[in-house]
Structures are given as C-alpha cells and as structure tokens.
Design a protein around this ligand. Structure first.
Ligand code: HEM
Length: 407
C-alpha cells in the first residue's frame, strides 16, 4: 500500500539520480487521495492526459485548499502558466506567433553557430567536456536571451533569480513548514528582483525599440489594453526562466542516456538524422519537467476518484513516460522506438509553448555532440544532480573523449 512517505521520497537526495523505481510505484498505486481528499496523485498516462485536457482542471494553483497564505505566490504577477481562460488565452496568444515551428526554424543557423562556438571552445580546453556548463546550459540561455532581447552580459545578474524561481516549481514535498515558507520567500524575492530588472529594461527598450520579442510585447502594451505592465513583466520572466531551466535538462539527460547506451550513441553517430528521434525518446524516458499540478474547479473525476472543488491534483508526468500501458518495455532507452504521445511538454491548453524551440536546440546539440566527440566516456565521478526533483537534470556531467572533430 502506497503512503505519503513514498511521495516525499522523491525529494530524498539519494533518490535524485534515479527516481524511476519510486515513480513506478506511485504510478501503479495511482490515482490515490491524501489529506482528506484535498490532494490527489495521478501517475498513469491515461489519467494525466485526461486531467491536462479537462476544462475543470484549473492552473490557478493558489485556489488550492492547500495553498496557505504564506505559500501563495506574490499575487498581481502570475504568468499565463498559472492562469485560466480568458486571461490565459489572451496572454498566450500575444507570444504564440514567436514560437511556432516555422518561426523557430529560422533560428536554426544561429543555434548551429552557437553550438559550434561552444564545442570549439571546449575542444581547445582539452580532452574533457563538462556537458552542462560548456554546452547544455549556455546554448538555451543565449538563444532565449537573444530572442527576448535581454543582454546576455546581464546573465550574471539573473542566473540566481532564475534558479530560485525554478526551484520553487517543485511541490514542497518532504519540507517542514519553515523550509516550505523559506522556499516560497526565496521565490518571492527573486520575482521582485526580476520585476525591478525588467521594469528598467522595458523603459530602456521603450525609448529605443529593437527587433526583439520584448519590443514587440511593449508595442502590444502601448497599443491599448492588451496587456498590463505587470502582465508584460510576468510574461518576460516566464519566457526567460522557462527558456533557461528546462532545455538544459533535456540536452544533458539525452547525452547521459546516450553515454549509458553506447549502441544507441553509435547508431546516432552513424546516422545523425536520428537526433530528433533521440530527443523524443529522452523526453519520454527522462523528462526534464517531472511533474505539474492542477486544482479542481468544481467536482472533477481522476480515474475512479471523485475530486472535490479546490483539491490539488499532482500529475507525475515523468511516470507517464514509463507507463507500460502506452510504451512497451518502458525502461528501455531506444531511439528508434518512434514513441509519440508522451506528456513531457504536457497537453491541452497549457501545452509547452517553447516545445519547438526546445526540440530544435536539443536536436542540433545532440547531432553536434554525436558527430564531433570521438569515443566519449562518462566520468564515473563526474555526474552530479541539481537538487531540484521537478526540473530534473545534472548540474555536472563530465565526459572524457579521445578526440573532437570540428563541429
Ligand atoms: C525540454 C524543455 C522543456 C520542457 C520539458 C518543458 C515543459 C513544459 C511543461 C510540462 C509545461 C506545462 C506546464 C503546465 O501546464 O503545468 C510547459 C509550459 C510552458 N513552457 Fe515549457 N518546457 C520546455 C522548454 C521551454 C522553452 C525553451 C520555453 C520558451 C521559452 C518554454 C516555455 C513555456 C511556456 C511559456 C509555458 C506555459 C504555457 C501555457 O501556460 O500556456 N518551455 N513547458
């Protein structure tokens, strides 16, 4: 019988390197309710998929019966990630055009050029590559900064705020009240610092518009009541943080899985056209965003559980990628599997806006890694996970190699 303890196990540092046995147990026991029904856990693909598409599943998480006043995010600045229609629809629509697969495809030469620069710099440094710091992190950070119009030199300023906000998207599992409040407070401070930073940048860009997304959003704000200054700031912070803290996990998790499955890496090296498939398989096998949540608006059904109004539903996205009902032999990493329908980018109205960008960046990075790094080997002492069990990925991944060919 599953109990609330095993959910808290996900926050255990000893579980971080491989949460999949715990996730499998939780999935098999799910759906189940705790805290007198105010908290429901869903881990099966069918249940999570249904909840994500259910109009009664609200993304306004501070409506939850469980959100104490202390845990409520600074109101007034929720991004559209945490809004329902009609505000969600209005705000998402303003940026959606910038993220369609067609628009994103135009970034391909720039993504290739940055990847090449990063690998060339790594090559000059010797026969060792720290995948996260030298490739997986700087690539998406540069791209989202350029796209949005945030000076990449300011990165030192906002990297810490971004990590703290990302840290706060983990449920407060395994934390006592004091720790939970501290996590919320750290996020609130980061959010305030971000807001002040963007207020200055917006003023500067309003005076001197450029060809970037920020200038476009400012025009939309100026055009009339399309979005308020608070909404503009919240949208910028969302895009910058989402663009920072997720794709890094996808690229690193993919390279790690390939290093642990040399036959798959050899296949990719022989046929770099398989890179996009390797990215999809990584999303299913080792999801960079492990979980999300919804709050029932009115009574809602999750599998055989009737969920009351205001109850929080935790969706274990990473467990759904290994659901044997959908993916046969789910613990096998197989880049030729051709699996579609994973929920790593969620589903329904909040389906990840940045999915085309994340896919393109990761595909280019994997192709470059597989074709240029010769005989890579994972350093057994060089793997370390960041202490974030939701936005999952290593913060250090050291690879030794025999040679690096020009990317
Ligand atoms: C591998 C990388 C990524 C993964 C796994 C990922 C995953 C997700 C997931 C699961 C959601 C849904 C959250 C929910 O509704 O509860 C989401 C939403 C979102 N993602 Fe991503 N994401 C990634 C990269 C990006 C990038 C690069 C951006 C772009 C800048 C981005 C922007 C967003 C935005 C704006 C939303 C909110 C969409 C909405 O509420 O309508 N993501 N992402």
């Amino acid at each position: 019988m599953m109990n609330a303890m095993s959910l808290a196990d996900l926050a255990d540092p000893a579980v971080l390197p491989d949460p999949y046995p715990v996730l499998a147990e939780l999935r098999e026991a799910s759906p189940f309710a705790r805290l007198d029904g105010a908290f429901v856990v869903a881990g099966r693909h069918a249940d999570c998929s249904a909840v994500l598409r259910d109009p009664s599943a609200s993304s306004e998480r501070d409506r939850s019966l469980l959100a104490s006043a202390a845990q409520r995010p600074a109101r007034g600045r929720p991004s559209f990630l945490s809004l329902d229609p009609p505000d969600h629809t209005r705000l998402r629509r303003l940026v959606a055009k910038a993220f369609t697969p067609r628009t994103i495809a135009r970034l391909e030469p720039r993504i290739r050029a940055i990847t090449k620069d990063l690998l060339t710099a790594a090559r000059a440094a010797g026969q060792q590559l720290e995948v996260v710091g030298q490739l997986a992190y700087p690539l998406p950070v540069r791209i989202i900064s350029e796209l949005l119009g945030v000076p990449v030199e300011d990165h030192g300023k906002f990297a810490g705020w971004s990590a703290r906000l990302a840290h706060s998207v983990q449920p407060v599992l395994g934390l006592d009240q004091e720790q939970a409040t501290a996590q919320v407070e750290a996020a609130r401070q980061a959010s305030d610092e971000f807001a002040a930073y963007f207020a200055d940048l917006i003023a500067a860009r309003r005076a001197h518009p450029a060809r970037d997304l920020l200038s476009g959003l400012i025009r939309a704000e100026d055009d009339g009541a399309k979005l308020s200054q608070d909404e503009l700031i919240a949208t910028c912070v969302l895009l910058l943080v989402a663009g920072h803290e997720t794709t890094v996990g996808l690229i690193s998790n993919a390279i790690l899985a390939l290093l642990r499955h040399p036959d798959q890496l050899a296949m990719l090296r022989a046929d770099p056209g398989l890179a996009a498939a390797a990215v999809e398989e990584t999303l299913r096998y080792d999801a960079p965003v492990q979980m999300t949540s919804r709050v029932a608006r009115g009574r809602m059904q999750v599998g055989d559980i009737s969920v009351p109004d205001g109850a929080m539903v935790l969706l274990l996205l990473a467990a759904t990628g290994r659901d044997p009902e959908v993916f046969p032999d789910p613990d096998r990493f197989d880049i030729r599997r051709g699996a579609t329908g994973h929920l790593a980018f969620a589903a329904g109205p909040h389906f990840c806006l940045g999915a085309p960008l994340a896919r393109l960046e990761a595909t280019i990075a994997l192709r470059a890694f597989a074709s240029s790094v010769v005989e890579p080997e994972l350093d057994p002492h060089g793997l370390h996970y960041k202490p974030n069990f939701n936005l999952r990925g290593p913060d250090q991944l050291i690879v030794h190699f025999a040679a690096m060919q020009a990317a």
